[in-house]
Design a protein around this ligand. Structure first.
Ligand code: AMP
Length: 121
């Protein structure tokens, strides 16, 4: 499977192994790794291997890919030590654009969990 690679993109470099990361999961089209500055006891990112700048660039051709990410999140959260629903659980965040708080312009899904308190709300 071929992926769009942006040579200036830090997460494309992580996917390509050009920048080290702590891998959580990998398959042909997805890569998950621990966030370098975690906000929660469990905090990892799931990214498509292909370069998509943000959720704002998604089209109908990405339905299956995004569905796979959403199904992967609960499975990996449990594997990474989040307790099961409903006592445990996790939070999913996708920052999009400057006003959405996005710093890295490669679509990524934050998965955060573990014993609280660790976040607002
Ligand atoms: P966002 O603000 O949603 O764009 O989040 C970007 C996230 O990427 C932040 O939580 C950073 O801590 C994380 N991050 C940036 N560089 C790296 C890296 N090299 N390895 C792992 N996580 C990173």
């Amino acid at each position: 499977m071929s992926h769009t690679h942006d040579a200036d993109c830090i997460f494309c470099k992580i996917v390509a192994g050009q920048i080290p990361s702590r891998k959580v999961y990998e398959d042909e089209e997805l890569y998950a790794f621990h966030d370098i500055a975690p906000w929660a006891p469990v905090h990892f990112l799931i990214v498509p291997k292909t370069h998509i700048a943000s959720m704002a660039q998604l089209g109908s051709e990405h339905e299956r890919l995004m569905g796979r990410i959403m199904l992967l999140a609960p499975r990996l959260a449990l594997e990474q030590g989040c307790k099961p629903y409903p006592e445990g659980g996790f939070r999913v965040v996708v920052n999009t654009g400057a006003e959405g708080g996005q710093e890295v312009p490669h679509l990524h899904v934050h998965v955060m969990g573990g014993p609280r308190p660790w976040a607002r709300g």
